[in-house]
Design a protein around this ligand. Structure first.
Ligand code: HEM
Length: 150
């Protein structure tokens, strides 16, 4: 990996800009998706409105959040390789948070598929609590990369 340090050359700030553009798309989508689920949940399975929510949710996942997550990872790993950050603790902590956020993404995709197949939980409490995760993870990640507290 050390042989690759600096491999991006003058392209580094462009890759960083691309990283941040797709971070914004990804996180915006992760904020929207559980909101859609909160509106979808009371709708009767099989109704016209149910089919409309299924379509909206699936488009948000397919067109925005899944491609954005893949691009955030690709550009982020390129930046880390260029800078040789693997042994820095703030970066390792960031990676752990981003892995958790990717796990949340997987959970949100799975939840949407369950709703589409007619699953209706007794309340939306769990969904509202889960909805807090992307905001908290974003705040922690931004502090880690900007402040580098350790
Ligand atoms: C998916 C895995 C990710 C990897 C491997 C990664 C890696 C990186 C690297 C190596 C940098 C450059 C640091 C520097 O030049 O000092 C960077 C910049 C940045 N990343 Fe990520 N990142 C990832 C995801 C995220 C996420 C999810 C967020 C926000 C929630 C985020 C927010 C930022 C910010 C704000 C910067 C700019 C910091 C600066 O001013 O240099 N990253 N990222």
């Amino acid at each position: 990996m050390t042989a690759l340090v600096g491999f991006l050359g003058a392209a580094y700030p462009w890759v960083k800009a691309a990283h941040l553009i797709f971070v914004i798309f990804w996180i915006a989508g992760l904020f929207m998706l559980p909101r859609f689920y909160i509106y979808h949940q009371p709708v009767a399975p099989g109704s016209v409105e149910d089919r409309q929510w299924i379509e909206r949710e699936s488009r948000l996942r397919r067109i925005i959040i899944t491609p954005a997550m893949a691009l955030v990872w690709i550009f982020g790993l390129m930046l880390a390789t260029d800078q040789g950050l693997w042994d820095q603790h703030w970066f390792q902590a960031k990676l752990a948070c981003v892995l958790a956020l990717s796990g949340y993404h997987g959970w949100a995709v799975g939840y949407g598929k369950k709703l589409a197949s007619g699953f209706r939980p007794p309340s939306d409490r769990a969904l509202r609590m889960m909805n807090e995760i992307p905001g908290i993870a974003t705040a922690v990640v931004v502090i880690l990369v900007i402040v580098r507290p350790f």
